[in-house]
Design a protein. Structure first.
Length: 242
């Protein structure tokens, strides 16, 4: 994806911790420029004090939404309206939603229908329908830096070893299918094509398995033969069963 992609980051502060915002922004920097940063919530609520400390350092704009009715989440509605305004503004090329609320699943589907990539970030409690709907989804617990990790109860995902990865039948099926569908007549597949196929067909992210790159995860599975070509700049893989 071009570095110049303009990404709108919308944060549901009621349903996601502030501890991972640095990691989220660092991850999004791989895909483009986060030119819109909106944090939605009722800023009169003391529970958002942690978020308030993060707004100015990261140039995040607070979007106030008062809770007019007890028990009703007005933040959801305000964030959806904000997203649709941005969708029609033509000032962004992709969206990033930071939330653990499955109520935003229809919004993700609407964005995808309009041709926008949707990067999802949420806690491990995030319902599967929202996780699966996003173009890519990363659990925020995996993005918390080491200093903050010591002061909170969540634990960063450790790298899953060979046996654990092979025991994940869904992962194995996804990887093998991706290689099969993108391989040439000689049964070798270019790593970039494999990654592109996976991103188009699932919300998979290697980070959720403890690996920064898909290539590193594939090496760890030991399910594929690997060749480095073009002076080591291009990685090709082949199903080891063939």
């Amino acid at each position: 994806m071009p570095i110049g992609k303009r990404i709108a980051l919308l944060i549901d502060c009621d349903n996601v911790s502030h501890n991972s915002i640095e990691g989220v922004l660092e991850e999004l920097a791989k895909y483009g420029m986060v030119n819109v940063r909106h944090a939605h919530g009722d800023w009169n609520n003391p529970s958002l004090s942690g978020w308030i400390e993060r707004l100015h350092p990261h140039a995040i704009r607070p979007m106030q939404q008062f809770a007019y009715t007890k028990g009703k989440n007005a933040t959801d509605s305000a964030m959806i309206i904000d997203a649709m305004d941005l969708l029609y503004s033509k000032n962004v090329d992709a969206f990033a939603l930071m939330t653990s609320d499955s109520d935003f699943t229809p919004l993700v589907l609407r964005m995808l229908e309009s041709g926008f990539m949707v990067y999802g970030f949420g806690e491990k409690k995030t319902p599967k329908p929202f996780v699966d709907a996003c173009s890519t989804f990363i659990y925020t617990e995996n993005l918390i830096n080491q200093d903050e990790q010591k002061s909170i109860d969540t634990i960063r995902t450790k790298k899953k070893g060979r046996n654990e990865l092979r025991g994940d039948t869904s992962l194995v099926r996804l990887l093998r299918t991706a290689v099969e569908q993108t391989s040439e007549d000689d049964e070798w597949a270019h790593m970039s094509k494999v990654g592109h196929y996976i991103s188009n067909n699932s919300s998979f992210s290697a980070i959720n398995y403890g690996y920064k790159k898909l290539g590193d995860l594939i090496r760890a599975t030991e399910l594929f033969e690997i060749e480095m070509r073009n002076d080591g700049s291009a990685m090709f893989i082949k199903d080891a069963r063939k």
